[in-house]
Design a protein around this ligand. Structure first.
Ligand code: G3H
Ligand code: 13P
Ligand code: ZN
Length: 309
């Protein structure tokens, strides 16, 4: 099976009350950990590549790794550009074999976001590729861009219908209180499900995307702190909130920080216990296994997409 778009996946997820995991990939062990988990549980997958991942690993290596996973697993896999920041970058990824792109115009004024998104949609649809856009702005760090809490803003439900109609976009990321990175909430975790409900009322049946949706799994944060790290106050989105979102119009849940934490915690522990080892295979193997276990947990207990491939 070739790489697929997320069109069919989202339709089934919307109707079935579950979500697809969109996991960020940066190297072979991450791709393998995620896809081995999905293969065992027969879950559909979105593997996403950021601008930073392309700069780190090179577009062609990442695409070939994902194609290898496709051949190895036989799963429906969508290859997605995460947080595309320009028309040119989106076109490069469309021409370079991706089946889905995000154009993130959320920092532009409404009309400019519409114009940029529409331009990407026109090119993408001509090439059989789907497009995700964003309204509202998440707090946190992506690549070199840092969005402060003052600059973050919730999605305005009254804007979504016009945005979707004018752009022809295929899915919409909204801001309801999640944020990028490992420090999402200072106090109690709170998501604005009332905003999500208002959005759904205006665009029923339309797939919604949740960014910044790592749980920042406490077990990994504790491990990092135990083995020489320093992440006091790290906090993510509680799993019950994610499960609730997955059962609604949210069809795509973005997870990157939990992959980073699983990998880093495991490698820190490995070196603490084996200070004289220096073969990368020795420490990358348990790191890959930790990613696999974590992704299996997400698929079964958070996303609800086991057996939906
Ligand atoms: O939302 C951003 C993702 O976590 C990707 O992060 O841009 O550092 O690769 P990155
Ligand atoms: P996390 O930082 O919560 O993993 O979010 C990832 C993300 O939104 C990628 O686009
Ligand atoms: Zn994101």
């Amino acid at each position: 099976m070739p790489l697929v778009t997320s069109k069919e996946m989202f339709k089934k997820a919307y109707d079935g009350g579950y979500a697809i995991g969109a996991f960020n990939v940066n190297n072979m062990e991450i791709v393998q950990g995620i896809t081995e988990a999905a293969k065992e549980l027969q879950a559909p997958l979105i593997l996403q590549v950021s601008k930073g991942a392309r700069a780190y690993a090179n577009h062609i290596y990442l695409r070939k790794l994902v194609e290898a996973a496709l051949e190895d697993t036989g799963l429906p896999i969508c290859l997605h550009l995460d947080h595309g920041d320009s028309y040119e970058l989106c076109c490069e990824c469309i021409d370079g074999g991706f089946t889905s792109v995000m154009i993130d115009g959320s920092h532009h004024p409404f009309e400019e976001n519409i114009a940029l998104t529409k331009k990407v949609v026109d090119y993408a649809h001509d090439h059989g590729v789907v497009v995700e856009a964003e309204l509202g702005r998440l707090e946190g760090v992506e690549d070199e861009i840092k969005v402060s809490s003052e600059d973050a803003s919730y999605t305005k439900p009254e804007e979504v219908q016009e945005f979707v109609e004018k752009t022809g976009v295929d899915s919409l990321a909204i801001a309801i209180g999640t944020s990028h990175g490992a420090f999402k909430f200072k106090g109690e975790a709170k998501l604005r499900f009332d905003i999500l409900d208002e959005v759904v009322k205006r665009i029923p049946g339309f797939p919604i995307v949740l960014h910044g949706a790592s749980s920042v799994i406490p077990e990994f944060v504790e491990m990092i702190n135990k083995y020489g790290g320093d992440m006091p106050g790290a906090k993510g989105v509680p799993e019950d909130m994610l499960r609730k979102a997955a059962g609604s119009a949210v069809c795509k849940i973005n997870i990157d920080s939990d992959l980073r934490l699983a990998m880093t915690a495991t490698i820190r522990k490995y070196f603490a216990e084996n200070p004289s080892h220096f073969d990368p295979r020795q420490y990358l193997k348990p790191a890959r296994a930790a990613i696999k276990d974590m992704v299996k947990h997400k698929i079964e207990y958070v996303l609800g997409c086991a057996g939906k491939a």
